[in-house]
Ligand binder design. Sequence first.
Ligand code: SF4
Length: 725
Amino acid sequence: MSLKSFLGLDILEQEYAYATNPITGYTNAGKIPDKWVKTTCGYCSVGCGMHIGVKDGKAVSVRGDEDHKANFGKLCPKGLSEHYTLDSKDRLKYPLLRKRGKLVRVSWQEALETMTTKFREVQERYGPQSLGVISTGQLLTEEFYTLGKLIQLGFGTKNYCGNTTLCMATAVAGYKRSFGSDGPPGAYEDLEKADVVILIGANIADNHPMLFQRLEENRSKSLIVVDPRVSKTAMMADLHLPIKPRSDLALINGMAHILINAGLINNEYIEQHTTGFANFREFIAKYTPEYVSEITGLDEELIWKTALAYGHAESAFIGWTMGVNHSTKGTETVNAIANLTLLTGKIGRAGSSPFSITGQCNAMGTRETGFTSGIPGYRKFESAKDREEIAALWGIDAERIPTSRGLAYPDIIEATVKGSIHALWVIGTNPIVSYPNVDVLKQGLKDLDFFVVQDGFHPTPTTELADLVLPAAIWGEKEGTYTNSERRVSKANTAVEPPGEAKPDFHIFLETAKVLGCSDELFPGWTQPRDAFEDWKRISAGRLCDYSGMTYELIEEHGGLQWPFPAGCTDMSTKRLYEDGVFPTDDGRAKIICSDWEPFPEQPDHEFPFVLNTGRTVEHWHTRTKTANVPILEHLSPRAWLEINARDAKRLGLRPHHKVDLISRRGRVRHLDLRITETVAPYLVFMPFHFAEWNVNTVTQSAFDPISREPNYKQCAVRIERSGE
Ligand code: SF4
């Protein structure tokens, strides 16, 4: 402490002095930057445009970009404080290699040579598919495109997937089955134009705040929220349907039943643009309001009201997030949602769309360019035509393109447990906190020959287990593009240099390719993300996700550009898919698909009488590697909690702020702060999933959607006990 402080004379003038600036107004002088760098938020898929304020080479502030078409200048608390993530104490600065049990600093050369040598040794010993790779939804599109080629063609393993399988694989699989291709059909503008907005399992007030603000701009809408919990979004609804957990598929089928029987369907649209209606009509007959009421616990009147509101509306929007996706019936529920839009012709026009609200900032980018569950450009592994086309574009032999996808994320983990995956590279994700029934994952990682984690932060619960940790640049330190939920491509720019020797993932991939000896073949002349972008434009030309008319400059000039944006395109207005009713299926028609409801896999019983629901809170992002390092967010939400209904609490003799343990057949989460509330129904409990210290995935189960392989995080049977002191 200085003498001035000791004497109480230090008024911390330097820290707290204010000044006036034409852009920031009257504000803390330390936050007035020398320059503003235009970029895009690196958290969620709303994809807000923003500026990073830079002073003396450091990011000191953030403000919204008024010209960006996703958010028009507004930002949520995470976006507004995002610059604090850049110089947080947990940033990883140097490559770390485990030697004699300890992670020690090594050079990039040693790190990449060790990684490629170890991976090659494993592949030589156990076969090429013994290497697994799990990436993320948070890299830039240029990085996903580069990584996909490196893994599939350079390393020659198809066992490559992303943590996007933990959130959006269900929407992808659902779109592919119903419409023939991935790609959310609608646009944010639809939220503002729809007469009726139905949100199913989507708490956008917490999780996509700027989207919620856009919805609030629509003063004449009716908002219907389907959620077992009275979420913040449900509190704003005109009609809240507090359904029993995971009965959404029955409700949607029940709505289809009413629409058909009330004559509120569009026969012309069904006839011209769909297949499967005759079968569906027969199948849906059993989903009477009475039957659906039994399953969902909703009054028949409420089911009628919802169906009629949707059927009578001139325009209606159905959005969903994890309440639908995190389920063993998720893909089929997406198909049921698609059915409603096809039966009524409420797709491909203003205000009318089925719409998956994506989670991560660039989950869409990996879906478009990644080489995981499909070939870049929404091409299919199973299609010889697609394989030949991409091989010709890349100038390689078509035999090198796999004829089927490799293992999905949960199956890669299972393969590590069973011993068929021997080396694993995890990029930009923290599975020790985010993977369900986490003990299975821990067991798999223990037996690996070599485990690499590439991340911007260390220690995380996952980097601590790695044999090699590669330091990556994060948002604000690298350049490229993100695609948001409405297919809008926005530019992210470098505002500050990465710390220490951390590098953009793009450069880590290029340098790995050099060490591997495949750089000249796969990435000829590439030095910058723009090189990957230009190549991707060529690969995407003529596809649904056509980027060929975009340039970095046009994207920035117009506040993001939605695809499809073919060469020569000058139309900057809102774009929707399937406006002409032609779908990318073999016959050009969308499919109406029959999907039967069934109960969720782990039902409550005498020993575990509660159903656990998991979710997010507005302050935090995923596993908190970033937001735990942002003081204002961490102070607002420093620890996990458990929500329980007042009647259950009384029965168990529990009071607010009692410490409780949450127990399932798989494990126990200790010392949770108890919140007693009417926002959860009796015998339901809710817990946020962000906290490594109170890891909800200690208790969640290994149950996965058989089609998308997405985990059923949302419902498992638990009991509650008062914690021991
Ligand atoms: S809504 Fe999402 S994209 Fe927008 S500022 Fe918040 S976290 Fe970032």
